[in-house]
Each structure stands twice: as structure tokens, then as C-alpha cells.
Write a protein that binds this ligand. Structure first.
Ligand code: GDP
Length: 458
């Protein structure tokens, strides 16, 4: 090997440490981290609800609370203060200080819960894709007010699209906040009506009944959020858990620390000192300060000069962590959002062509050979074409229905080849789930979701 072959050094180091042991030594006693994405139709009360939870759990300073209380009184809309609180946690977290905009967190009995991509962004869906790509679980907020649930759920509403999206991106546990139930005087009938409709839909979207929990609540009054109900009308018929307990009961997915390093980059910024920073999530493996990593798809070697998790500097980060990494040895111009930091030996595949199993759910014109799309892969957005329609599959059994179909309409499941205009890093879904999922969009609309089944050498 050449003297400058950095990969050898990494290999030697790797063989010394047992990643599982390192993880338990470092984190064994800590609360599990759980990443949650909040979804739902506009005005369902997402910001109010999350803001209220943060306030009630004491995550918001008295100063901030007071400021917004005064301001919201002034305009006669006291309910706004909670939504503002949530936005504040977003604004305060300026680039360079932390890794992402709009992040807030709180703790339950057994977990540290990180809210991904706090709602309220103007262009919610692309942000949500990034958020959902990193989420372990989702909270779906629906407005129980007469007529409002219907407009969010029936044609045109975002409830369905959001739920389908997060499911396609691999989220399989869901809490549903049947929110604003104060407006119906805590009607059990209304709760049951909404639950019944959603259950049928969510099942169809691929959620197991046992992985979905419905919680009657009000983000505005705080009812049934962090403690059991006190409202007598609700107590008459509900004795289930409050929202916080439902979140506490979610299963934390296993963190694949023993697999080769993969970190997806969702932000690149100048740090305070030398070098620059990238932020993102470690999907697989372990990242130590001092490690050599390969920046892909460009395959430039870089060194990890510093690491921080939730603004705290650290010597090591594990699969599942959201981190900021200070890099040296590579130019900031050569690193982009959507790139991957890879183990230099066991490298992430780089390609312009791969095979995917698609679920098509929202096309105006059927997909035919050559169909142009924008492909969303983690934080990456790239132009691509569906270059080959290989097989149409049965939706529920996955069995072959037809080879080489001429076109694909809504609700079809199919195997296709996708060609991307520039090389990207992807993994087969069965190897690394997080890097094996793609979303396809056309003029601002998500038309399909897919799992990568094969990668071609290009
Ligand atoms: P988002 O768009 O989903 O983030 O919704 P917001 O949190 O901004 O809330 C939309 C509107 O619904 C605001 O006017 C809130 O004051 C109101 N709202 C939110 N939660 C509740 C609730 O639990 N009960 C009632 N009655 N109104 C609520």
C-alpha cells in the first residue's frame, strides 16, 4: 500500500474497540434518545400543543413565558403564546450554534425526546421529509372541531399525505393527538368517530393497529398532555394514558453501532474556530474525535477535529445521534447538504442508477418510461428519471402482477430503475434502512415513495 493510505490506520484502530461495549460504557446509564416528528394539517394545533408541553414541563424560561404572555394578551389572542414559544426555540438556535433550525426537546420518565423539524415552516413538506427521514416515531395532530377534522382528512387535507409520507420513510410507531376536543365539550362520540376513520386509513397506509395510540387532548388547555385528565367530562369515559406517557411508551429502535460509519449531512456551516462544521445524523456506526472519514460521493478524506451533541462537545458519537462535526483536510466548497460521511474502508455505495420498489400515491399523469422527478434522499434533492418500469406488483402480497408495465397509476406498487443526474450515495434498504429510502416529487407534490432494492455500478 501507498504510504499515504489512511485507510490502514483506521482499520487497525477499529479492531481494538468493541463498538457495543464502547456504547454501553458511554451511554449505558443514560436515558434513551427518541426522535419525534410532528405532523398534521395546517392549524391542527401542532405548534400550540408542542409549545404547551414544553412550557408545562418547564423547558421554557420564565422570562420567555412572561414576554409572550404579555404580547399575546396585547393582541387579545392568548393562545398564541404557546406557538410562539415553540418558534422561539427555533429562532434562538442559530446556525453554527446548533445543527438544525427548530429543534426543541423534553424528557419523559425513560426518554429524552427530541422534536425534529418543529412545525410552522412555510414550506412544510420538504422540511418534513428531512425530519421524517430522521424520526423514530411520529405524532399526528388532528383537529377534532366539527368540520375541521373532515377538511384536514378528506380531499385536499394534509393529514393523509403526512401519514403516508412518514410511513413510507420508515416510521412505524404513531401517536395520534385528537386535539382541540375542548371545542366539542369532550365528546366521546366525536373522539370515536375520528378514531374509527383514522384507524381504517392508517391500517391501509401500513401502520399496525398495535403501533398506533389515540389520545384525546387539548393543546390549548393542556388537558391530558403531561398528566392524567382533570376535566370531568373527559374523565367520564377516558382512563387511558396522557400524551406524555404514550410517548414514553414508544419503543426506541436499536442503534446499529457495530455497522460501518454512515453519517448523513443535513447542514454545512462555518464554525467558530478553524475548519468548518457539518451537522446531521449518524445512521450507522461510531464516530470518534480524530477519526478519518470519507466525504461521499466525492470521496475526499477528512479528519474529525471536534464533535458536539446537543451543543455539548463530546469525544464520541453513536448511531442515532444528531451531531455537529468539525472537519479539516477538505474544503467547505466541496461538501454539500445530502452528502455522507463514510467509513473509509467499508465505503457507502456511490451511483447514478439504482433499482427501487415504489409505492405511487399521487400522480396526475401516469408514470411512463423516462418520467422526470426530483428525488429526495435524506436531505439531498436531485433531478432524476424513472428510466425503466420493470414490474408491477400486487399491493398487499408483493407478488408479480405484470412484467414491464407500460405505465404506473395511483396506488400501484412497482419495481423501477431510477437514473440520477449526478452520483449520489445510497444503500440498499435491507443494508441501511435510513439510506435506502427515497421520495419522489414533481412540482411540489410528493408522488411516490420507494425503497432501494439494488444498486448498479456506474
Ligand atoms: P399548527 O398550524 O398546526 O401549528 O396550529 P397552531 O398551533 O398554530 O393552532 C392553530 C389555531 O388553533 C390557533 O388559533 C390556536 O389558538 C388554536 N388551537 C390550538 N390548539 C387548540 C386547542 O386545543 N383548542 C382550541 N380550542 N384551539 C386550539
Amino acid at each position: 500500500p501507498k504510504p499515504d493510505d489512511d485507510t490502514r490506520i483506521v482499520k487497525v484502530k477499529e479492531s481494538k474497540v468493541d463498538p457495543k461495549k464502547q456504547y454501553t460504557d458511554e451511554r449505558g446509564s443514560e436515558k434513551d434518545h427518541l426522535y419525534i416528528v410532528v405532523i398534521g394539517h395546517v392549524d391542527a394545533g401542532k405548534s400550540t400543543l408542542m409549545g404547551r408541553i414544553l412550557c408545562d414541563l418547564g423547558e421554557v424560561s420564565q422570562r420567555t413565558l412572561h414576554k409572550y404572555e404579555q404580547e399575546s394578551k396585547k393582541i387579545g389572542k392568548q393562545s398564541f403564546m404557546y406557538a410562539w414559544v415553540l418558534d422561539e426555540t427555533g429562532e434562538e438556535r442559530v446556525r453554527g450554534i446548533t445543527m438544525d433550525v427548530g429543534r426543541a426537546q423534553f424528557e419523559t420518565k425513560t426518554k429524552k425526546v427530541i422534536i425534529l423539524d418543529a412545525p410552522g415552516h412555510a414550506d412544510f413538506i420538504p422540511n418534513m421529509i428531512t425530519g421524517a427521514g430522521q424520526a423514530d416515531v411520529a405524532l399526528l395532530v388532528v383537529d377534532a372541531t366539527t368540520g375541521e377534522f373532515e377538511s384536514g382528512f378528506e380531499l385536499g387535507g394534509q393529514t393523509r399525505e403526512h401519514a403516508l409520507l412518514v410511513r413510507s420513510l420508515g416510521v412505524n410507531q404513531l401517536a395520534v393527538a385528537v386535539n382541540k376536543l375542548d371545542t366539542t365539550n369532550w365528546s366521546q362520540e366525536r373522539f370515536n368517530e375520528i378514531t374509527k376513520k383514522l384507524k381504517a386509513f392508517l391500517k391501509q397506509a401500513g401502520f399496525k393497529d398495535s403501533d398506533v395510540t389515540f389520545v384525546p387532548c387539548s393543546g390549548l388547555t393542556g388537558e391530558n398532555l403531561i398528566k392524567p385528565p382533570s376535566e370531568s367530562e373527559l374523565l367520564k369515559w377516558y382512563n387511558g394514558p396522557c400524551l406524555l406517557d404514550v410517548i414514553d411508551n414508544f419503543n426506541v429502535p436499536e442503534r446499529p453501532v457495530s455497522k460501518p460509519l454512515r453519517m448523513s449531512i443535513n447542514d454545512v456551516f462555518k464554525g467558530t474556530g478553524s475548519g468548518f462544521c457539518v451537522a446531521g445524523r449518524i445512521e450507522n456506526g461510531i464516530l470518534n474525535k480524530g477519526d478519518k472519514v470519507l466525504v461521499c460521493p466525492t470521496k475526499e478524506m477528512a479528519e474529525v477535529r471536534g464533535l458536539s451533541i446537543n451543543d455539548m462537545s463530546s469525544n464520541v458519537a453513536f448511531a442515532g445521534d444528531q451531531v455537529s462535526v468539525t472537519l479539516s483536510g477538505v474544503d467547505i466548497q466541496n461538501v454539500s447538504v445530502g452528502y455522507i460521511l463514510s467509513d473509509p474502508v467499508q465505503q457507502v455505495p456511490v451511483t447514478t442508477r439504482f433499482e427501487a420498489r415504489l409505492v405511487v400515491f399521487n400522480v396526475k399523469v401516469p408514470i411512463t418510461k423516462g418520467f422526470p422527478v426530483l428525488i429526495h434522499h435524506q436531505s439531498l434533492v436531485e433531478s432524476a428519471n424513472i428510466v425503466k418500469l420493470k414490474a408491477l406488483l400486487n399491493k398487499s402480497t408483493g407478488e408479480l402482477v405484470k412484467k414491464k408495465p407500460r405505465c404506473l397509476g395511483n396506488n400501484s406498487v412497482a419495481v423501477v430503475d431510477i437514473e440520477v443526474c449526478r452520483p449520489i450515495c445510497v444503500e440498499r434498504y435491507k443494508d441501511v434502512k435510513e439510506l435506502g429510502r427515497v421520495m419522489l416529487r414533481v412540482s411540489g407534490v410528493t408522488i411516490a415513495a420507494g425503497l432501494v432494492t439494488d444498486i448498479y455500478n456506474t
